[in-house]
Design a protein around this ligand. Sequence first.
Ligand code: NAD
Length: 382
Amino acid sequence: MPTLAHSMAATTRAARTVAVPLGGRSYDVLIGPDLLSEAGRLIVGRLGKAKCGIVTDENVARHHLATLEASLKAEGRHKGSIVLPPGEPTKSFRALGPLSEQLLEMGLERGDLVVAFGGGVIGDLAGFAAGILRRGVRFVQIPTSLLAQVDSSVGGKTGINTPQGKNLIGIFHQPSLVIADTDVLKTLPPREMRAGYAEIAKYGLLGDAGFFTWLEAAYEDLFAYEQETLVTAIETSVKAKAAIVARDEHETGDRALLNLGHTFGHALEAWTGYSDRLLHGEGVSIGMCLAFRFSEGLGHCPAGTAERVSRHLAAAGLPTKLSDIPGDTADADNLVALMGQDKKVRDGTLTFILARNIGDAFIAHDVPPDKVRDFLAREIAG
Ligand code: NAD
């Protein structure tokens, strides 16, 4: 995995490029301020004169759609824009059907491009729609949330939710280009900014202790939108993700490390009904703290490590324990049952990402559900 020193040495220019090396499906992630107004030129320069159909949500459209449309129109590449309601319910079959038909009505052909312009919800949905439209058209990710810039826009996982669980229907479909404009983050609600930060911290926690230590010192500058810090944090995160995806595109091996905190986190999201009670990144934050406390309890990880993790995430304004979730108290049996719905279940045992230390996560395939239940019961009892 690339280290922070590697990132810092790369360049001090504001805009950076991270390559995702996947043979014929390789692409670049461009990161920096004020890229949105350049998007048309960047897309034409790298992908040729394809027509672009934008998919976005109402919040992103209100702040930024005019800039993106103007940039595509200046190159004569704008075919149309589809604006969907914001929020997780949009990642559904109910939205996918009409969206696919609208993209067809727009006249997008095999060589054209879907532009996914939004957070992870729009990226996952529009990427999936692109992957099934005319048996697959190319798409560009223009992620507008911090979470989408550091995680969901890179790696090609696309899909939707169903009543049976999150992300259970979908395909791997890699984007052809990712454009992460750090200026668009200035309109992101602060709670969403903090939730995205959980995924940045995740890269330090799973494989780069130096990055985590750097974040402990730099996070306030990041939240103050100091460009060099913000761009470096996003670049380091994307490099970490790109390296793992390049090794294991379809998650048959160590791509699962990216799920640090997610087995707990997904169960918490399901328990809170995918509502405003708990954002995805907040679930990941609590999940990572639980994973470190669980690892410590199992004797994998030195005492005090979990405390350091939760101290930093709490300082960044993130929840770190079950009692930080407003509303009803969790039930250990219920949470373990919800984990059983997750894709990370094999032959009755649970797959968890555990840690030997900060920056040293590993995949444990054979965690017995009763150990998890006992641990959660202790956490709930406080
Ligand atoms: P989101 O797309 O719902 O965006 C969060 C909120 O911020 C929304 O209300 C959105 O309208 C708003 N928003 C986004 N950008 C904005 C901006 N620049 N200014 C103002 N408002 C803005 O949620 P998210 O946190 O970006 O993504 C969560 C989703 O990503 C989940 O569905 C999760 O499953 C998925 N995800 C996918 C992957 C993957 O690898 N594909 C990885 C992690 C998460």
